[in-house]
Design a protein around this ligand. Sequence first.
Ligand SMILES: NC(=O)c1ccc[n+]([C@@H]2O[C@H](COP(=O)([O-])OP(=O)(O)OC[C@H]3O[C@@H](n4cnc5c(N)ncnc54)[C@H](OP(=O)(O)O)[C@@H]3O)[C@@H](O)[C@H]2O)c1
Length: 193
Amino acid sequence: MANPDSRVTIHMAASLDGFIARKDGRVDWMETSDEFIGGESLDPGDVEAFLQTIDCYVMGSRTYETALSFEAKGLGWAYGDKPTFVLTSRNLPRTRDTVEFYSGDLSRFVNERLRPAFGSIWFVGGGTVSGECLRRGLADEIRYSILPVLIGDGIPFFEKLGRDVALHLAEIKAYNSGIVELRYDVSVVTVEE
Ligand SMILES: NC(=O)c1ccc[n+]([C@@H]2O[C@H](COP(=O)([O-])OP(=O)(O)OC[C@H]3O[C@@H](n4cnc5c(N)ncnc54)[C@H](OP(=O)(O)O)[C@@H]3O)[C@@H](O)[C@H]2O)c1
């Protein structure tokens, strides 16, 4: 039974031309040097307080592999001590107790396992999993951070969506780093399997 108080958010950062990574998975373009005069600045304390409101993370296996490679380079683990669910049909290394693997039907997983247990559920990529989440009508909200860069080609924000998804623009923030964050509510849809 779905918890009516739970909220599924898709959050990713993308280039202005809509890519979340280069074709080979690199995200080197995310380090930008833009400065937007008059943009908001991010207070580390506020960011930390906001991250505490997230109850769990969900990601695809390729995003998990990227997170592991960042950790191996000494760049840390971005998901703190929050439960982190990795979708995979493979046997991947489990580097911490907070990581749990799942393979199977995404709708059942979200509605029967995640929604009853967690309030704020964050899907953090990649394009394959985000597309599947939206295609199945599982997301309540999209947070789209647009970086001030064009990269021409790469992995799209939403892979194989296959249909239109109506959105309601709920919030816009522009930061002094040149990043624009758009927050949309996903309109209620009937999903045909
Ligand atoms: N810009 C950003 O904010 C951002 C955010 C996240 C990721 N990224 C980048 O995006 C790239 C990865 O995105 P992606 O679209 O290629 O891959 P992805 O969505 O991270 O992972 C897709 C994989 O997850 C597994 N999977 C998905 N649904 C499943 C299910 N229901 N059951 C079992 N397994 C399932 C499958 O792999 P297997 O079963 O073969 O394991 C599938 O190929 C990386 O380069 C990453 O760095 C960028």
